[in-house]
Design a protein around this ligand. Structure first.
Ligand code: SF4
Length: 266
């Protein structure tokens, strides 16, 4: 009797992995090593060979940016909206909803609370998932930085867009309804709200297709080369632990990358 062929096991990825790979493929793998050590597991060996040629840019295709909607000011929430998911590990999220409108889905209130998509081999935790009055589920990611000008520039908040698209897919896979968009909320409290803003990132066929392509691209990349550059290395966490032999700059802290990019726009 013929034995049915097993589907190949997909290398597991998270929205954070996609963002990190977009900075530097080698950084993504060093993160995995670091996490394995923290969990007391044997760290996986990075793919990058000893004689790897460093790259100037990550090979990852940029996400579609054509229909982003950039909004200044506070995010309006409707009286019929409610929170159905919250990342329990995030303790600096703003109070967007009164307690009576936080009604977490019990599927995600025990254990790690990850949203899991077995079809795409993806899992992760948006900061919030909002169920709108219309019945739509929308992921929201909170950033404590400000909505600076130049969002559409090539090196702007592309990283946040990558994360939002992957989180839309996770919401689609776990809540069973396809979101039309994800939200990135920039909540810099300085200036009495003058620096706040939010971006509506569409999630349509083009974004889902892009996601499929980059997941395949990452999984097929057997080199995962370093991209040594100040904008990357100075905010690279594995670099803070002295894990990278290609580092082009000293570690300066987690916000260096955004500050660096912002100064390039002034
Ligand atoms: S230090 Fe630089 S080259 Fe090394 S992994 Fe980090 S970002 Fe990549």
């Amino acid at each position: 009797m013929a034995v049915p062929a097993l589907a190949p096991v997909l290398e597991h990825l998270t929205p954070h992995d996609l963002v990190t790979y977009f900075h530097c493929p080698h950084e993504m793998e060093l993160h995995w090593q670091s996490r394995a050590r923290t969990l007391g597991r044997i760290p996986p060996s990075p793919h990058a060979p000893a004689d790897v040629v460093p790259l100037r840019h990550s090979p990852m295709f940029a996400p579609p940016l054509g229909h982003l909607e950039v909004n200044e000011g506070r995010l309006d929430v409707d009286g019929a909206d409610r929170v159905v998911y919250e990342d329990a590990d995030e303790d600096d999220l703003p109070m967007l909803f009164p307690p009576e409108r936080v009604q977490r889905d019990p599927r995600f209130t025990s254990g790690p609370g990850n949203l899991i998509d077995p079809e795409f081999g993806l899992s992760g935790r948006p900061d919030l998932v909002i169920e709108r009055g219309s019945g739509e589920f929308v992921p929201l990611e909170y950033k404590s930085t400000h909505l600076f000008v130049g969002y559409h520039e090539a090196h702007g908040r592309l990283f946040d867009t990558v994360q939002a698209i992957a989180e839309c897919r996770l919401v689609h896979a776990t809540f069973g309804r396809r979101p039309s968009h994800g939200i990135i909320l920039y909540g810099d409290a300085a200036g009495g709200g003058a620096r706040e803003g939010w971006v509506r990132i569409p999630y349509d066929q083009a974004e889902e297709q892009w996601l499929k392509v980059v997941l395949r691209q990452i999984r097929e990349d057997r080199v995962r080369a370093p991209v040594p550059a100040e904008r990357n290395c100075a905010s690279c966490e594995p670099n803070s632990e002295g894990l990278c032999r290609f580092a082009a700059a000293r570690y300066e802290g987690p916000h260096h990358r955004q500050n660096f990019l912002a100064t390039r726009r002034l």
